[in-house]
Design a protein around this ligand. Structure first.
Ligand SMILES: Cc1ncc(COP(=O)(O)O)c(C=O)c1O
Length: 364
């Protein structure tokens, strides 16, 4: 299970931001959840009992931690990312042994972890001996070119860096990789033996060739250009047609949070869009209440008064010719629920036929 992806360190685009590791410490798994499961089980076998996650994230990842035997608590997320200053307070009640974070581009809100919090987090991990899992699911897909350094580079002994092929290539590739601290490596490998099922060698060798031939880098560059144009188009359409709405988060990745005009029912927007074939989720579907066991049911229903209604718009899946139509459908379904009067142009998001006006003036 250890790296079969060649005898050199992961190439830049597959491990951006100066990850500090060597090939023997790169563990290749069936996607990120598999890596998370191995790391969590290895830590539980050593006595770990509690994991902290971000208030927003995938329920499946919280479930993986819970299935490994960890109690899951949630850290609130604000404009600076997860509030890691609460780890000390949580720890007084019961130690936190593992923290799962998306520091470069919080999923799904899109905010980066602030520099002060990055420093505080690694200092806390070094002080307490806890392990941080850095889920860098879309690190290659920054559009403003200001890539953030990997958290792992600040403390390779306490941070597991996790990358995946799912966003930059496709989820179907089914491969992720982790740069595992030297002191944890044997225990993670031992968990693979217990659970069985190493990723098949042919898939790994194919990816290794893809990397060695620089095809991975080329695919990332193409993906970056395509998704940046989609995001810019969405931003333009929102500015033109949805007064009171705004896109949040960094220009990066394959999803954006669309804050809806005040008073809009986010669940109703999701239902209406689904009836028109546009899939999206309310921000509340990704949330758990901070400070409480986080593996439970999401906080669906009305958003808490502390935040505006919002939906998470994924723009990676549609084919190029479907994108304009998908955005138009979404904005059309929000209009009647928002209580605002959309500014309509004679040929805009709410009326444009598929394929028209695909690139905004700001696209590059
Ligand atoms: C937040 C987050 N982490 C990790 C992943 C990657 O998961 P996997 O490698 O299991 O496809 C995804 C999905 O692509 C994701 O949204």
């Amino acid at each position: 299970m250890r790296s079969r992806c060649g005898s050199r360190s992961p190439p830049t685009s597959a491990a951006p931001g100066g990850v500090r590791t060597d090939p023997d410490r790169v563990v290749v798994t069936h996607g990120f959840a598999d890596l998370l499961s191995l790391v969590a089980r290895a830590l539980v076998a050593r006595g770990a009992r509690r994991a902290a996650v971000e208030q927003y994230g995938h329920a499946a990842h919280r479930a993986v931690l819970a299935a490994a035997g960890l109690e899951v608590v949630a850290l609130p997320v604000d404009d600076g990312g997860a509030d890691v200053s609460l780890l000390d307070a949580l720890g007084r009640e019961r130690p936190v042994d593992v923290v799962l974070l998306t520091p470069a581009h919080q999923f799904p809100t899109g905010v980066p972890l602030s520099p002060a919090r990055r420093g505080a987090l690694v200092a806390w991990a070094a002080r307490t001996g806890a392990t941080v899992v850095e889920d860098d699911y879309d690190g290659e897909l920054r559009y403003d070119r200001r890539a953030v350094g990997a958290l792992q580079a600040l403390d390779p002994d306490h941070v597991v860096y996790a990358g995946t092929a799912s966003k930059a290539l496709a989820p179907g590739v089914g491969l992720a990789w982790g740069a595992v601290p030297a002191g944890l490596l044997d225990d993670v490998v031992a968990q693979r033996r217990v659970l069985g099922g190493s990723p098949d060698a042919i898939g790994q060798l194919t990816l290794a060739r893809f990397l060695a031939d620089h095809e991975y880098d080329r695919a990332v560059r193409r993906a970056r250009a395509r998704y940046r144009a989609r995001r810019e188009r969405l931003a333009t359409l929102v500015a033109e047609h949805l007064p009171g709405g705004r896109l949040l988060g960094l220009p990066a990745g394959l999803q954006a949070v669309l804050e809806l005009p005040p008073g809009t029912d986010e669940d109703a927007v999701v239902d209406r869009a689904a009836r028109r074939g546009a899939e999206l989720l309310a921000l509340g579907a990704y949330a758990v209440a901070p400070g409480l066991p986080g593996a439970g049911a999401p906080t669906t229903g009305s958003p808490p008064p502390s935040r505006a209604p919002a939906v998470v718009v994924g723009y990676g899946a549609p084919r190029d010719h479907q994108v304009e139509q998908a955005f138009a459908t979404l904005l059309r379904e929000i209009d009647p629920l928002s209580g605002t009067s959309p500014r309509r142009s004679s040929r805009g998001a709410t009326g444009a036929p598929p394929g028209r006006g695909r690139r905004s003036a700001g696209s590059s």
